[in-house]
Design a protein around this ligand. Sequence first.
Ligand SMILES: Nc1ncnc2c1ncn2[C@@H]1O[C@H](COP(=O)(O)OP(=O)(O)OP(=O)(O)O)[C@@H](O)[C@H]1O
Ligand SMILES: [Mg+2]
Length: 442
Amino acid sequence: MAPLQSDSSRDHTLAIGIDFGTTNSVVACARASAGVDLVDFATPDGPAAVFRSALCFWADDAHRGALASAAGPWAIAEFLDFPGGSRFLQSFKSVAANPAFEHANLFEKRLKFEELGRIFLRHLVAHGGAALAELPDRIVVGRPVRYVGARPDPALARTRYDAMFASLGRPVHYVYEPLGAAFSFAARLTEPATLLVADFGGGTSDFSIVRVAAPGAPRRCTPLGAAGIGIAGDQFDFRIMDKLVLPLLGKGGTYRSFDKVLEIPPGHFADFGDWSRLALMRNRRTLEQLAKLQHSATDPAAIGRMIAVVENELGHGLYEAVGRLKRALSSDTHAQFQFAGDGLTIAVDVARTDFERWIAPDLDRIAETVDAALADAGLAPDHIDHVFLTGGSSLIPAVRDLFTRRFGDARIACGDELTSIAHGLALIGQSPDLDEWTAPAA
Ligand SMILES: Nc1ncnc2c1ncn2[C@@H]1O[C@H](COP(=O)(O)OP(=O)(O)OP(=O)(O)O)[C@@H](O)[C@H]1O
Ligand SMILES: [Mg+2]
């Protein structure tokens, strides 16, 4: 996008919308001329509107005891260059509301959520270049309707978000993420309508029901109800890991203990489901335990593959391969899971129906949450005129099917899967009644 003009009276930025996502972050600027532009971030592959919500840390050689860091696609590049000497963090938004998460252990340093967040924002703003060099007074930040976790604490998440976004030095307004998407979609509508927005991201699936007035009405959107659940793309990735990859690394196998044959305790594989622990598995205790297990295992080669994953830090690469398989199965009914790393090569054919079976319990819980959103609004499916599917995980055919079954194809719209929320948050930032859109503090 064009740099900010010094003649700020003409087309200066009035507001920015920040969609800080579990997987991807996107920023949009609302202009005085009423237009909204997505910020293009500098990436190793050229400008891009989508910036991965990832961080990489390593020991800063120039300053003893200090950490150097990179974010987004730069974090991935640094980690791939030097996997043994760096720590890669992704999906850190998913611990925002988790009281059990105190800090990430990074070499000798411990960083709290808000410290990770501030580092991420500093890099995000810097890679946004001129577009984010001067921030406006209206900053609208999205928040999920419901945070990830068994017992998420939204008040804690709010405190942590406040501490993270304070670093921007401007007042911040929080708005439910699906309301951003509703605003963005409303810009396409020419008639009054009742809209269900379903946003399937990396961490959460959020639903919002909104009444949209005719264009030009003093108040364009009125929220009627909402619901959310902390099950989305990361959980689907974990299902692939758990059902396809971990059995190849020994999960579900057996070992000999004296004269008994016992199942390998699943606890050995628990760290694969937790990003903050996965990076820390390469420690002497874990490796000693695995070596002992390999000795007594019925299939020692499988545990050998597990040891290769831990020793050679292949976890990140495995998750990337899982993500590639998942995305391929959105467009094809069959795809190959492929991974090649030090000590581990996997090539397995997977059918879309396998994936759908693995995520079936998650889809059931998501469907219940759609019902909860309708109940919150006091509406039946017949009352919904349009369903807007957005977020990267809405590209999964089985996710879309949940809606075609309930609402029929004709009422379903999609598009701008990764950018609609930031776009809508910036539009909300322009609205005179911004405060009315603000999400409750807890
Ligand atoms: N073609 C595809 N098929 C299936 N999943 C996809 C596809 N493209 C992206 N995804 C998934 O979408 C998710 C990212 O979507 P999105 O950017 O909307 O999430 P987010 O905003 O970062 O997360 P959240 O809103 O939960 O905080 C990831 O889990 C990614 O694997
Ligand atoms: Mg999102």
